[in-house]
Design a protein. Structure first.
Length: 331
């Protein structure tokens, strides 16, 4: 792998949130291990899918990469003109300049737009923060971006409540594109939208990627959407990555028992195949990230559990070219 092809590299990333007790004197009594020692890389121009059930740490990973949450430990390297720079060591003006290269599209188009700001002010705000354009240039730039995302440029004086969910998400995408970023975290950008609108937003993201050469970290629940849009896919469970592989390889040859269970839950739009398929029903609930199980995090629910799984944490390792899995079945 050529390091110059890699846009982003995450090494041993941890994001622990402290649990405190006491009113006057607060003391830390434990930690929520939202993201627990994960490593991966994203190549330039690809869409890296991140899947897993609710609460597994997907969104926290995206925000920790962008330094919206400062990680507890680990490194996040970003390729700045051929040089890998560590975002975790940056602050102040240096970090602000790097933020021009990275943006996020939030999950909820209803909560992520300020209801008191016009569309022009929302999309133009990043231009103001980074002092990129004069007032006149800003208006033209905002109109141009709105056209790019499929909105009429004359809506700049309207407010978010005047738009549908799909249109609001387009405004959110326009805001993310305002400062010409290279990398965008798409944090479940379609999960709050009607099914009929989801395909339009996905197609828009793909078109923008082709036109602007963008790189995406695409976080989602919907396995069919992730298969459609992603180049490679990582599966997350309780703060850990359990499997990473090319899209088709992962969907056709899942190795980790959790990945198998996750894929068996996704419906296939073919009644013949669907009838023959066997669902894998996992027993029990997801353990708490405050006190994860000893050994493998999945050992309490795994249908193929062995004694070693309850004692030794499996390491994420390459078992086939480009296919990584953290499971003792492949030791």
């Amino acid at each position: 792998m050529n390091n110059n092809d890699v846009l982003l590299k995450v090494e041993n990333l941890k994001m622990y949130f402290p649990i405190t007790r006491g009113i006057v004197i607060q003391r830390t009594v434990g930690y929520v291990k939202a993201v627990d020692d994960i490593s991966f890389f994203i190549r330039k121009g690809e869409t890296f899918g991140l899947v897993g059930e609710s609460g597994c740490g997907k969104s926290t990973t995206g925000r920790a990469i962008l330094q919206l949450y400062r990680p507890t430990a680990g490194k996040v390297y970003f390729n700045k003109d051929g040089e890998m720079v560590d975002l975790t060591k940056m602050k102040g003006r240096d970090l602000q300049l790097m933020r021009r290269r990275m943006q996020i599209i939030f999950q909820d188009p209803y909560a992520s737009l300020n209801p008191r700001m016009t569309v022009g002010a929302i999309v133009g705000e990043p231009l103001d923060i980074h002092k990129i354009a004069s007032r006149k240039e800003r208006t033209e730039k905002v109109k141009e971006i709105l056209r790019l995302v499929g909105l009429n440029p004359y809506v700049i004086n309207r407010y978010p409540h005047e738009f549908s969910g799909g249109q609001r998400q387009r405004i959110g995408i326009a805001r993310a594109l305002a400062i010409n970023p290279e990398f965008i975290v798409c944090d479940e950008p379609i999960s709050a939208l009607d099914v009929s609108i989801q395909a339009q937003v996905i197609n828009l993201l793909e078109d923008l990627q082709g036109k602007l050469g963008l790189t995406y970290l695409f976080i989602a629940h919907d396995l069919a959407v992730v298969r459609h849009i992603s180049t490679r896919v990582a599966v997350m469970y309780l703060g850990k990555l359990v499997e990473i592989a090319d899209r088709d390889e992962l969907y056709e040859h899942p190795l980790h028992p959790y990945t198998e269970a996750l894929l068996s839950a996704a419906p296939i739009p073919d009644p013949v195949i669907e009838e023959k398929r066997q669902r894998i029903i996992l027993q029990g609930d997801v353990p708490t990230p405050i006190n994860p199980p000893k050994g493998c995090n999945f050992s309490t629910r795994c249908p193929k559990v062995m004694d070693i799984c309850r004692e030794v944490e499996p390491e994420l390792k390459e078992v086939a070219p480009g296919h990584f899995v953290a499971c003792h079945l492949y030791d």
